[in-house]
Design a protein around this ligand. Structure first.
Ligand code: PNS
Length: 162
């Protein structure tokens, strides 16, 4: 049988324990998982692209079937380029569902052969998002347990302007 390649796309600004939990789950059902970091997002990122990639590489090094890549343009075009059969997305709560459903159906319209697969992270990460993690760090709160220790340290030096 052919290897099933899936893409896990996102901004990963920064990677959280929720993302890593989803990557672990994705590696169990797909033969290859490409974590694809969006280049040129409209949002101004806190972490430069290279740093986001370095962090993802560090925390996924234990998986032989994970690759960290970047992509620009349409996700469906990138999927075709890397021969991916599926897009992996995480759904934490009903509030994610509407946006994710819209994207999944739009991607299906653009390429009916590409499936979107939704997975739920562990309940303990169901409230974790990169956006909230950045906000808490900026305002001096603790993000312990929400992101890897090394991300916590990088966040601290970023918000302290070091
Ligand atoms: O986790 P994020 O940061 O919300 O990821 C959003 C992402 C990267 C999956 C989405 O913005 C995307 O796929 N962008 C690529 C451009 C594209 O294909 N847009 C049409 C989506 S229907």
């Amino acid at each position: 049988m052919k290897d099933v390649i899936a893409i896990y796309p996102g901004s990963f600004d920064p990677v959280t324990n929720g993302h890593l939990d989803l990557i672990d789950r994705g590696t169990q059902i797909f033969d290859q998982l490409i974590v694809a970091v969006l280049v040129n997002s409209e949002k101004a990122p806190l972490f430069p692209l290279e740093e986001r990639i370095a962090m993802l590489k560090e925390f996924t090094a234990q998986h032989d079937n994970v690759r960290i890549e970047t992509f620009g343009g349409l996700l469906v075009d990138y999927a075709k380029q890397v021969n991916a059969k599926a897009i992996l997305r995480g759904i934490r709560a009903i509030s994610d569902y509407e946006y994710e459903l819209q994207m999944a159906l739009m991607n299906r319209k653009l390429n009916p052969e590409l499936e979107t697969v939704f997975m739920m992270p562990a309940v303990s990460y169901s409230y974790v998002s990169s956006r909230l993690v950045k906000e808490i760090a900026r305002l001096g709160g603790s993000v312990t347990g929400l992101v890897p220790k090394a991300v916590e340290e990088r966040l601290r030096s970023k918000v302290n302007g070091k």
